[in-house]
Design a binder for this molecule. Structure first.
Ligand code: SAM
Ligand code: SF4
Length: 357
């Protein structure tokens, strides 16, 4: 793969990376504005491409090719870039993701370093919760504020089939441990597919009993196996039909305009269920996300392979303001939308696990 970096072309096996995108017309403001008027304040930091599961809609059976350790951001580099994002670019929420963030042994150090560098900023994590039981307390002590756990089914055999690993008991224990550690509110994310539709009502029952807020996410064409097909897509309406047969649902809309989930009150509330209709009800015009990959590139959109490298700049002595300038330029070039529904759509080279969902 070709990478252009200030005039030189090198092969690093990741999508096209540029250092100096065109910033013509960009207003001289510190925030991460784009040319469509959006402002990114929500940072997703992927810290690894490794994972303990192999969800079929995300990873190949053999896992993603390992990224050499030297190419991954170190603890200190992550902390520094999070500091730049908050103190120079107006980021107001940070979420660690991957791959599986729990695969990094230094996760507690990363969280503690960020908590010190950006006090008062919510530090969240999206996780599959495998092994979380052993680390929830330490993570909460380090300064983690919330976790979202990905759980598609509470049927053990079905879980093993979807994730290619028989780890449901560990996930459920991890969820309880996180709740006991005060990591609240606990949100559960489930990917909506024909395979998960039949168990959707049972999963909602389980979440209501466990005090977790459930949100379904429409499956996006971000699987490493490139098997996503529009004709197999299960949309939000099909889910509402299934849940509506068991629960009384009352639409209440979005919690706030930048939240991707539309919410429904369940059986009169206060519990809710959310649906993130990424494909059939895109929310790109309100998107406020900016992403940092585990290798230290800024990605302005899940679906854009045009990434801007910060890692090499950082290792070559760039100042915080130099890094901020690169990050601003990357976000100015953000696309209007993901384009999944456009003719000629081509999925990105990186799959979800390599981007950080
Ligand atoms: N391993 C962690 C986990 O599973 O929560 C964090 C990384 S995972 C890539 C982040 C989120 O992306 C998960 O909630 C997962 O369900 C979601 N995801 C993965 N592949 C997806 C796809 N093709 N479409 C929609 N969501 C997807
Ligand atoms: Fe791993 Fe999360 Fe992808 Fe599942 S969705 S394979 S848990 S990175």
């Amino acid at each position: 793969m070709t990478v252009v970096r200030t005039g030189t072309v090198v092969d690093v096996g990741i999508p096209a990376v540029r250092t100096a995108p065109d910033v013509a017309g960009r207003p001289d403001v510190p925030e991460l504005v784009d040319s469509f008027g959006r402002v990114a304040r929500d940072l997703r930091v992927s810290i690894t491409e490794k994972c303990s599961l192999r969800c079929t809609y995300c990873m190949p059976a053999e896992g993603l090719p390992a990224v050499p350790r030297t190419q991954l951001l170190t603890t200190d580099e992550i902390v520094r870039l999070v500091g730049v994002a908050v103190h120079r670019l107006g980021v107001r929420e940070v979420r660690f993701t991957g791959g599986e963030p729990l695969m990094r042994r230094d996760l507690e150090d990363i969280v503690a370093g960020c908590a010190e560098r950006v006090p008062g900023i919510p530090l969240a994590m999206t996780t599959n919760a495998v092994g979380l039981e052993h680390r929830a307390d330490a993570l909460a002590r380090a300064g983690l504020t919330r976790v979202n756990v990905s759980l598609d089914t509470v049927d053990r055999a079905h879980f093993a089939e979807l994730t290619r690993r028989d780890r449901l008991p560990s996930v459920l224990t991890g969820i309880r441990a996180a709740q006991q550690a005060g990591l609240a509110p606990m949100k559960i994310n489930a990917v909506l597919m024909s395979e998960t539709l039949s168990g959707a009502a049972e999963l909602l029952e389980w979440c209501l009993a466990a005090g977790c807020a459930l949100r379904f996410i429409e499956q996006m064409p971000l699987d490493a196996d490139h098997e996503w097909a529009r004709e197999n897509m299960v949309g939000a309406q099909a889910l509402l039909n299934v849940l509506g047969a068991r629960f009384a649902l009352e639409e209440i809309g979005r919690e706030d305009p930048s939240s991707p989930a539309e919410e429904w009150l369940v059986n009169g509330g206060p519990a809710t269920v959310g649906i993130i209709g990424s494909v059939t009800r895109p929310f790109c015009e309100d998107c406020d996300r900016t992403r940092l990959t585990a290798e230290g590139t800024v990605r302005s959109c899940l679906f854009s392979d045009q990434e801007v490298d910060l890692r090499d700049a950082l290792r070559s002595g760039a100042t915080d303001e130099d890094l901020a300038l690169l990050w601003r330029a990357a976000m100015w070039g953000k696309w209007a939308g993901h384009g999944i529904n456009a003719a000629g759509f081509i999925p990105p080279q990186r799959s979800m696990g390599a981007i950080g969902g």
